[in-house]
Design a protein around this ligand. Structure first.
Ligand code: 5GP
Ligand code: ZN
Length: 113
C-alpha cells in the first residue's frame, strides 16, 4: 500500500519524530502552520475518520492523550491549542492515514477556514 505515513512509520521516509510508543507516533509537520504543529498518527493504517472501527476507539483516544502530553511538553497547554482531524476532500485531508494535528503557540481563529 502506497501510504506516506506508513512509510514514515516504517522509517522509509525521514521525519522528525517527537514521540513513539507501541500504538502511535508523533512527528513535526513538514509545513508547519503554527509554532507547534505536530502530527500524531496510529501505527495502524486507518484511512480516515470514516474508517475508525469500534475496536479502534481506545486507539483514537490514545492519540488525543499523546497530543495533550506533547502540548504540556511544548508549554502550550495553559494558553490553549487545537487538535484537528480532517476527513475528506472538502476538509482539506491530503494524507489518507488518520492523523491528529496538534497546533499551538499562537492565537487561533474561529471558525477555521
Ligand atoms: P491533512 O491535510 O491530510 O489533514 O494533513 C496532512 C499534513 O501532512 C499536512 O499538514 C502536511 O504539511 C503534512 N505532510 C505532508 N507530507 C509530509 C511529509 O512528508 N512529512 C511530514 N512530516 N509531514 C507531511
Ligand atoms: Zn498508512
Amino acid at each position: 500500500m502506497d501510504c506516506l505515513f506508513c512509510k514514515i512509520r516504517d522509517a522509509e521516509i525521514p521525519a522528525t519524530i517527537v514521540h513513539e510508543d507501541a500504538d502511535c507516533l508523533a512527528f513535526e509537520d513538514i509545513n508547519a502552520k503554527a509554532p507547534t504543529h505536530i502530527l500524531v498518527i496510529p501505527r495502524k493504517h486507518i484511512a480516515s475518520t470514516l474508517e475508525i472501527a469500534e475496536e479502534d476507539e481506545a486507539l483514537v483516544g490514545h492519540l488525543h492523550r499523546v497530543a495533550a502530553d506533547l502540548a504540556r511538553e511544548r508549554g502550550i497547554a495553559d494558553d490553549g491549542f487545537r487538535t484537528v482531524m480532517n476527513c475528506g476532500a472538502e476538509s482539506g485531508q491530503t494524507v489518507f492515514h488518520i492523523h491528529l494535528h496538534l497546533l499551538g503557540g499562537r492565537p487561533m481563529t474561529w471558525p477555521p477556514g
